[in-house]
Write a protein that binds this ligand. Structure first.
Ligand code: ARG
Length: 462
């Protein structure tokens, strides 16, 4: 085999890798996405080798120049990635040999692909987490905007998908803001955990060269070098953290999507989605289907699948590096692409959604949603225990149900039949608007609360 065509590690090999293994063993189609991080890492590594006088300045400068040329080629789409060179690290190293000749061989002093790949990967996940957070920020702002315009929009709040108590549509939207805020915190925390630089831990044992790990760590934007060389190359917790955060975020998005699908149904009809967010049927001319919402609901499965696959890959894997872990990139990239798209589509959905205010209000008044308000009134004005008040309110609901009317359609004399020592002002509690505004406890659905909360959140998400 000619030297030129040999793998970087091919010296002791007399035969080329079988084609079939080359196909599954090569990760270049996937990990080429790490090229920016890989070259950045190599440049900093070279600078450190120069600073520590492990390689000469002349060689170092030559290597860095070559790396920058490669970076330019890749950025301009002029680089030909080769499967037979396995992965991004070796594709770049091989090209460096082509460009600068044998001095390229000095680049890999005091490092291994094992520490190199996770340095790249950690840098990439940091960058990806920042992008996700930026998009979550935009998403939160869209929710706040919709909430601002719907403080007075009253809708039925559900438990068990049965009308429970009336709430403000804005309050419902702010619930999602809280979820997305937690998602942001999770990604932010991950960035903190990830902040230890593995570069310089070598294959697994560390290195005998007098390297400066503090220098490379700082230059690459990490807080500190990792403590243990074995753990450094064996660790994929940071990938699991990312996949888990993406999965939880996907849960939130899928719950929202599901609600939109239900509410947009012909039975509920409490929201209307713009035509932009709907697609037609090939057979039924009348149909307008909420496909984008269904897609993001379904795609949560891809996020969970990636997490599950990664957990399974890591389970029981001895220390330290094994090729099993090469699969981590495909899983993380896939989960990232999926969640980012889902966040962006959710943003479009919220922008292109109109509540059907009249119908929301009408449904909120159905299902005796103010029965609890009546019980609360009795506790607060007639000195009853909640359990006694509950029974009286239940009797009133039974009466209204028999008469087939809503609670706010009863008159004072009918209510008095259920409990005779009532003041006339009890009648206000049967109206959903009163009900909503009476929930003044911190975090409750009253208009005043919501207005305050929106102001607070708007300051937080400028
Ligand atoms: N492409 C490899 C991966 O992502 C790089 C590390 C290879 N290390 C090794 N010992 N074969 O896992």
């Amino acid at each position: 085999m000619k030297n030129k065509n040999k793998a970087i590690w091919g010296t002791r090999f007399n035969k080329a890798t079988s084609k079939i293994f080359e196909n599954i063993g090569s990760s270049i189609d996937i990990d080429k996405r790490l090229f920016e991080e890989d070259i950045f890492g190599s440049i900093i590594h070279t600078q450190m080798l120069m600073k520590q006088k492990i390689i000469s300045r002349k060689k170092g400068i030559k290597i860095i120049k070559g790396l920058k040329r490669i970076r330019k080629q890749i950025r301009e789409n002029k680089f030909v990635f080769k499967k037979k060179y396995e992965d991004i690290h070796l594709n770049i190293e091989k090209k460096l040999f082509e460009i600068i000749g044998n001095d390229a061989g000095y680049l890999h002093i005091a490092r291994s692909r094992n520490d190199q790949v996770i340095t790249d990967f950690k840098l990439w996940i940091k960058k990806a987490s920042v992008i996700i957070n930026k998009n979550l920020n935009d998403l939160i702002k869209s929710f706040l905007k919709k909430a601002e315009n719907n403080v007075q929009t009253i809708m039925p709040g559900f438990t068990h998908l049965k009308n429970a108590q009336a709430i403000s549509f804005a309050h419902y939207l702010l619930a999602y803001v809280e979820m997305f805020k937690r998602d942001k915190k999770r990604f932010t925390n991950n960035i903190r955990y990830i902040d230890e630089c593995p570069l310089g831990t070598g294959a697994l044992a560390g290195t005998s060269y007098k390297i400066d790990r503090n220098y490379t760590s700082k230059k690459l934007g990490f807080k500190k070098p990792t403590n243990n060389s074995i753990d450094s190359v064996a660790d994929r917790d940071f990938a699991l953290d990312f996949l888990s955060s993406a999965s939880i975020c996907a849960i939130h998005i899928s719950r929202f999507a599901e609600e939109l699908i239900i509410w947009n149904s012909d039975i509920f009809k409490i929201i209307k989605l713009d035509d932009k967010m709907l697609t037609g049927s090939s057979i039924m001319p009348q149909k307008k289907n909420p496909d984008p919402a269904e897609l993001i609901r379904g795609r949560a499965g891809k996020n969970f699948g990636s997490l599950q696959a990664m957990l399974t890959t890591m389970k029981g894997l001895p220390l330290s590096y094994y090729k099993d872990m090469q699969e981590d990139k495909a899983l993380v990239f896939n989960s990232y692409d999926t969640i980012l798209e889902s966040i962006i589509i959710t943003k479009e959905l919220i922008k292109n959604l109109k509540p059907n205010k009249e119908r929301m209000f009408a449904l909120a008044s159905e299902g005796y949603t103010t029965a609890t308000d009546f019980a609360d009134y009795l506790v607060q004005n007639n000195n009853l225990s909640f359990r006694d008040a509950y029974k009286i309110a239940a009797n009133l609901v039974n009466y209204a149900e028999r008469k087939k009317v809503r609670l706010d359609q009863l008159n004072f004399y009918e209510v008095k039949k259920i409990k005779n020592d009532l003041n006339k002002d009890v009648m206000k509690v049967f109206h959903v608007k009163y009900s909503v505004n009476s929930k003044k406890s911190y975090g409750g659905t009253s208009t005043k609360n919501i207005r305050k909360m929106i102001l607070k959140l708007k300051r937080e998400f400028k």
